[in-house]
Write a protein that binds this ligand. Structure first.
Ligand code: FE2
Length: 433
């Protein structure tokens, strides 16, 4: 017998976030989607007019470093470079159990927040590949609930680290989903270009995706994203390739930015902006005026480039805060990238859902449509805009036909002079139907 989600307001449906519908679930797949009241099957949940969205997607996080903030010491300068140095010290004490424990804890936070697809970078500049083997095991352990993609990430370089290229190749053999790079960290520009050539070669020989940390620096001379995009176009990887961070773009001049828009749009590559981490990491060497140090989100969206928002770090040497909440990332992204038009705020929601799904190349494996995996989140919100503004936790999370998380909807009881005690939930009165 099929299951039923009643009275769902589909995000992005007809009208501003849609009329109500019933969603049928057959096993772990969506069945029919019909007007409210017409669905059949045993009730799984009644959304009662709440917003229903495909699950959130995390396009960029480092689960192997997560929950280590302050170990063995705090990142005192707050810079990316000191973060890498602190991690290099912490890495010496890594054990398989340590990585599995911390990564699994944060994946439970992600699931509770309705994030059911996660792309995690894993540092492979470690001759023992301790974190990689641990994360490969985590991927297996969580696969019934969360689709976890692993990127072989050469944190300390490919050409500038002993056996860097061999470690990337070995990671491909052990079963990662994507190959990474970090060209701006290599010792020379030539090494940076060579590192991308190596990464593309390994990705293509093994049939993998590619996701490079690219130009994560405030140096306007760091221009590896043009190299990445051109390799992606000429070699055919196209939208299977992603450039993450690309914060140097925040310092590029107008003429070069215009040229770059065309290069990126033609290539089909994705960009991932990580506003929480990069607002903190970048600009650390500036006086005032101090640069924002983010990629060109609005401009690249306008040029037709797919851009998604990622968390990057949850309590580690690069960013000490975070609860693995995609709506927190979207809210900060709206402010940081000045996406304040109504349609732009809806776009920010897409940047942690559908646009992020494109980064992971989920294709038919994502979305509320008949035949696709029956995964969704119910948000006690009137619209995508409202979900971001009020930071609503999902009331229900369904993964492949199973209800895995429930959160009571909170309201604050307020006693106010001249008024009866009332529940305050921060919805504007005229937005209530
Ligand atoms: Fe990153």
């Amino acid at each position: 017998m099929s299951l039923l989600v009643r009275n769902a307001r589909l995000a992005g449906g007809a009208g501003r976030d849609g009329g109500l519908c019933d969603i049928e679930i057959d096993g772990d797949r969506f069945g029919r989607i019909v007007p409210a009241g017409e669905g059949t099957g045993r009730q799984l949940l009644d959304a009662a007019g709440s917003l229903v969205s495909p699950p959130f997607v995390e396009p960029h996080v480092h689960l192997d470093t997560t929950l280590t903030a302050g170990e063995p010491r705090w990142n005192a300068s707050g810079s990316l470079w000191e973060g890498i140095a602190v991690w290099s010290e912490r890495k010496r004490t890594l054990t398989r159990e340590d990585v599995i424990s911390r990564a699994s804890e944060v994946l439970r936070w992600y699931a509770a927040n309705g994030v059911l697809h996660v792309r995690s970078h894993v540092d492979v500049t470690d001759p023992g590949l301790v974190a990689l083997d641990a994360m490969l095991e985590v991927r297996e352990r969580v696969r019934d609930v969360i689709g976890l993609q692993l990127v072989a990430f050469p944190q300390e370089g490919v050409c500038s680290f002993d056996d860097g290229a061999e470690l990337l190749e070995e990671a491909a053999r052990r079963g990662v989903d994507a190959i990474g790079a970090i060209p701006h960290f290599e010792d020379t520009r030539e090494d940076g270009v060579r590192s991308l050539e190596i990464a593309f070669d390994i990705a293509q020989r093994h049939g993998l995706l590619l996701d490079a940390h690219c130009d994560e620096i405030d140096d306007e001379q760091s221009r590896f994203v043009e190299v990445l995009a051109t390799h992606a176009r000429r070699g055919g990887l196209r939208d299977r390739a992603t450039a993450s961070h690309t914060t140097a773009m925040g310092s590029y001049n107008g003429a070069y930015s215009y040229k770059l828009q065309r290069i990126l749009a033609r290539s089909g590559v994705n960009l991932v902006c990580n506003p929480l981490a990069n607002l903190c990491l970048q600009g650390r060497f500036d006086g005032h005026p101090k640069r924002r140090g983010l990629t060109q989100v609005k401009e690249m969206l306008g040029a037709g480039v797919n851009v998604a928002f990622g968390h990057d770090d949850v309590m580690d040497p690069w960013f000490p805060l975070g609860t693995a909440s995609p709506l927190q990332v979207a809210l900060v992204g709206v402010a940081a990238a000045q996406l304040t038009g109504a349609a732009e705020i809806d776009e920010a929601f897409a940047m942690v859902t559908g646009r992020a799904a494109r980064v992971l190349h989920l294709n038919e494996g994502y979305g509320i449509e008949p035949g696709r995996p029956a995964s969704l989140v119910v948000l006690p919100a009137t619209s995508r805009f409202d979900a971001i503004r009020r930071q609503t936790r999902p009331s229900h999370v369904v993964s492949r036909g199973r209800l895995i998380a429930e959160t009571p909807v909170a309201a604050t009881r307020l006693s106010w002079p001249g008024r009866e005690p009332e529940d305050i939930d921060f919805i504007r009165e005229r937005d209530r139907e």
